[in-house]
Design a protein around this ligand. Sequence first.
Ligand code: URA
Length: 266
Amino acid sequence: MESDTTYWRDLALLDWQVDLGADEAIGETPVDRYALEPAAPKPAVTPEAAPSKKTPPPVVKTPEIDAVAVAKAAAEAATDLPSLAAAMEAFDLCEIKKGARSFVFCDGQPGARVMIVGEAPGRDEDRVGKPFVGQAGQLLDQMFGAIDMDRAAEDAAQAIYITNVLPWRPPANRTPEPDEIAMMLPFLERHIALAAPDIVVLMGNTPCQALLGRAGITRIRGQWTEVLGRPTIPMFHPAYLLRQPIAKREAWADLLSIKAKLKGLP
Ligand code: URA
């Protein structure tokens, strides 16, 4: 009976201490916590000093290269056709360069009155390193031969000078992409300025898009316009004429128009 009373009394004492806040058994001897030194405050953790586990590694951004600006600076620095060719050949920002065998710059006479601008080298041009040497090139020679002009002529009055929008063959002869055209355009414009022809002939949609900012060759062919202050005429591309011989009639009209324009120019 006695032990029962002690048990209930001790339990009541413990309850009372818990009510006072003494709810944890820490040590054998009591500690006067009011007499202790206050703990030093923990240093604040700055975001930089925070453990790196949760912080993703910093993203190192490579600065974006402006290919058009690089091309512009390189083209403007060229003072003649050989230095322009060297600057173009050294230009590494056009991806198609990697897949091409040759750098195709020009053919014909640099002092010619007529400068022809095509699209890009094809398989034959990539192999030989000169523009318009395949089937389409042979037709081009015949077309200009019909108005007494020839890429091999020494006399500037009879000569033609030939280049392309792109100096490298696109993979599988695909059409040049707008960004490829844009980054090679400063070189093409400089090429025209340095060759200084009396007349520019644009063969097909790609050079029209590059130099006139519009395509639609069926509508715009035969209509004289200007590129860098020089009389310019869009024509059907010889490769198109090989597929659509019926369109040779319009091409002939354009050739006669070129002949007449040359006669009328000083
Ligand atoms: N087509 C072009 O536009 N250019 C070439 O050099 C050959 C084919």
